[in-house]
Every structure is written in C-alpha cells, then in structure tokens.
Design a protein around this ligand. Structure first.
Ligand SMILES: O=C(O)CCC(=O)C(=O)O
Length: 275
C-alpha cells in the first residue's frame, strides 16, 4: 500500500484535525491563508530572498544547494506574524506540546525556496536536535510548512514518511513509504517532531517551490533559531502579549522561572537608544 498524507479543511472539527495528525504524524490543512496574505508574505520577504545565496553546486550536505533560505521571519514579515497565530496552529500546538510544558514557543522561522535542479534532502526528524531522548521521543516539536506557492511532486513538495513518528531509531524508510506533499498555495502541512521528512527534489520543473517553515518547541527547551537575536527586544515588547509569548519572550512557569529577566533593563536600553 502506498503512503498517504491525510488532508482536511481549516474549519474541520479541531479534535478530528489533531487525531489525524497524531495518527499519521503529518497532515495537510487547506484554506489556512488567502491569496492576499501569501502575496504579502512574498512581498515582505522579497528583498531577503533575492539577497540569499543559493549554492550552485549540490554538496553532500544536510542542506541541498539551489535553495534560497531566509530566517528571522517574525522580524521581517508582519503578515507571517499574523499567520503564526492562526487558530488551527494554536490548537495543534496546545494539544501536542502542552503535554510536556506550560508554555510552548517558536523554534525556527525560515523561508525555503527550492529551485530547479535541487536534489532530495536527507530524511530526518526535527527532534534529532535533542538526541538525549531515545526514539520515539516524547512530544518535543510540532512543525509546519506554509505553502506560499503550489507544492507539487515535481517542484520539491516536502517528502514525508507517514507513521514514522512511532518507529524505532533503526528503521529505514522504503521508497514506497515516502510520499511528497502536494498542496495549493495557502495550505499548510503540519508534521510531528518525530516524523521522518525532508525537502523534495525539484529536477523536473522550472518553478521555485516557496514554503515558510515554522516549527515550535517546549518552553523549557532552547530554541534552534535564537529568537532573542532574530527579533530586537524593543520590537518584541511592542507586540501583543500572545505573539511575544509565542516567540519565547516569557518564562515557562513549570516548576520555576526559566527565562526570568528584569524589565527595567529593557527600559534602560531604550533610554540609551535615545542618546
Ligand atoms: O523544504 C522542505 O520541504 C523541508 C525542509 C526541511 O526539512 C529542512 O530544511 O530541514
């Protein structure tokens, strides 16, 4: 039997959405962003994408060549900040991550534009960042990929191995167990931190496949992308509290005060800026 990524609409029952994701380890949700929002994201990030180098050769590396990569998206794209707070993403984060923390936070924000000639990325698990936990690991990460262009089998649609979030570390995916995400612009692919996946090859199309990756992690883990350096503190503290929390500018109150700070330092910083 060939592998399948389940699909649903953003207005489906939240329990049905979570159960589909939990069961397969991946899920495409349609109708998450309208065409106007996707065009705004493109416009806001255009100068950074144009400036991002896409290696011409294709090294035997974790990251394939012929791909534009841009990070710090919460600083660079106000529209992406709004999309980050989409109720479906919030509900999935709560259901998946609050099992192991009291606050969850953005882990990585990256625009990935895969160009003609790019090869398949090596399959990996987002949670491989935390090798100290044995596989299958407890819930540590939720990942999402927002389609800013159509994703097809030909143009680099993300490779996924449904069900692999429950596999042991030594099981290797057979070709028939790997499926490529196909979705129209405005849909979002969600996958769990334990699900094997990787960028897709783009060897038969002339398109640049454009997706925005937002991954999330537990409030008490270190963020893979240092959000405190990707977003100036003064800017973070001008954002609504819920957004700032999602960026990780708050404490995880579990059994203590991880991430405590003195707000008067921020005020002092502002005074210094004013000269
Ligand atoms: O581009 C994709 O579809 C997935 C990218 C990915 O998994 C990565 O860059 O680690």
């Amino acid at each position: 039997m060939s592998a399948v990524i389940p699909e649903c609409r953003a207005d489906a029952d939240p329990d049905v959405i979570y159960e589909a994701l939990d069961e397969a380890g991946c899920l495409v949700v349609h109708g998450m962003a309208d065409a106007e929002a996707c065009a705004s994201v493109r416009a806001e990030l255009a100068e950074y994408i144009e400036a991002a180098p896409a290696a011409e050769d294709d090294p035997e590396d974790f990251y394939p060549g012929k791909t534009h990569r841009v990070i710090a998206l919460m600083h660079r794209s106000p529209t992406m900040r709004e999309l980050m707070m989409h109720p479906v993403a919030e509900q999935l984060g709560d259901r998946h991550l609050l099992t192991n923390c009291t606050k969850w936070q953005l882990n990585v924000s990256a625009a990935l534009e895969i160009g003609p000639g790019a090869r398949d990325q090596i399959l990996h698990r987002e949670e491989d960042l935390f090798p100290y936990f044995p596989v299958p690991r407890p819930n540590l990460i939720l990942a999402s990929m927002w389609a800013i262009s159509d994703f097809t089998v030909e143009n680099g649609g993300t490779q996924l191995v449904p069900g692999s979030h429950r596999w042991s570390a030594d099981r290797v995916a057979e070709p028939a167990e790997i499926v490529r995400a196909q979705m129209p612009v405005g849909s979002v692919l969600f996958w769990l931190g334990g699900t094997l996946h990787g960028g897709g090859a783009n060897v038969t199309s002339d398109d640049w496949r454009y997706g925005i990756v937002l991954t999330y992690t537990l409030g008490w883990l270190r963020q893979e992308e240092n959000q405190h350096l990707s977003m100036p503190a003064a800017e973070a503290f001008a954002l609504p509290e819920a957004v700032r929390d999602r960026l990780g500018f708050s404490m995880d109150y579990g059994d203590g005060g991880l991430g405590f700070y003195d707000p008067s330092v921020l005020v002092a910083g502002k005074k210094r800026d004013r000269g």
